[in-house]
Design a protein around this ligand. Structure first.
Ligand code: FES
Length: 247
């Protein structure tokens, strides 16, 4: 973590507010706390280095950042509606977990791994087969019925569909588990956002095994498993990927 006293102070405040939230909510205590698979905090920042604040996120826009590794993309979204905690999400190995819900006054800001839980399609600088759709989208449910709804994350590869307002539970397609969740932290005084960790079914080891060579070429980084460090840049998906609207 940074030695910058402002960052440290903000982070301590953030930890304190998280503790107060849990202490004040027996329901949260009763829930199985998320077992973070990664728990190194990173500040979310603009490409200028300026801290990303809640108000910077436009409702309905796709934003991406890398976390917890320099090569593993995540989405951060302002859904414009409350995203409340949800129990009973299940990983592909059968373990259950509870999603903590969105952050912010409306609990509308959420973040998830952008690596599809099916065959791990992910946003690259040339193309993204997976994105968030604020407008109504047609898809096939897990029961093989046609459906249409707004505010989904859709993967064009084989049609997996996730609900980001409910922990990215799977609505349709072949994905065997939700997208892994980013545990977001918010400094309530400044509105600054941090990634605190990951939980749910992260697929990073499988991702590195499958795409290691490609990731090294794309990122021009020899250590594809390098952690992001104390800050990670958030950009619009349309700026990150040349083609993010492929189906
Ligand atoms: S990789 Fe996303 S649906 Fe297959």
């Amino acid at each position: 973590m940074s030695g910058d006293p402002v960052s440290r102070r903000g982070f301590l405040k953030l930890c304190a507010s998280t503790g107060a939230l849990v202490a004040g909510s027996p329901a949260l205590l009763a829930r199985t706390p998320p077992e973070r698979s990664h728990s190194t905090p990173a500040r979310l920042v603009h490409s200028s280095g300026r801290p990303l604040r809640l108000d910077d996120l436009e409702v309905g826009e796709n934003y991406v950042f890398h976390y917890p590794y320099v090569t593993t993309p995540c989405f951060i979204l302002n859904l414009g509606k409350p995203a409340l905690p949800r129990d009973g999400l299940e990983m592909d190995d059968g373990r259950k977990y509870s999603w903590r819900g969105g952050v912010g006054p409306q609990r509308s800001v959420v973040a998830f791994s952008a690596i599809c839980a099916h065959r791990m399609s992910y946003p690259t600088p040339t193309v993204s087969f997976i994105n968030y759709r604020h407008e109504p989208t047609a898809y096939t449910t897990r029961e093989l019925k046609m459906a249409r709804r707004e505010q989904v994350i859709y993967c064009c590869s084989e049609g997996s569909v996730y609900d980001p307002a409910e922990g990215c539970r799977v609505l349709g397609g072949p994905a065997p588990q939700p997208l892994a969740a980013v545990d977001l932290g918010l400094d309530e005084d400044t509105g600054e956002l941090r990634a605190l960790g990951m939980y749910g079914g992260d697929m990073f080891e499988r991702f590195f095994e499958k795409f290691g060579f490609q990731l090294a070429l794309q990122s021009e980084i020899s250590d594809i498993r390098a952690p992001v460090g104390e800050a990670t840049q958030v950009v619009r998906l349309s700026d990150y990927s040349s083609n993010s609207n492929v189906c």
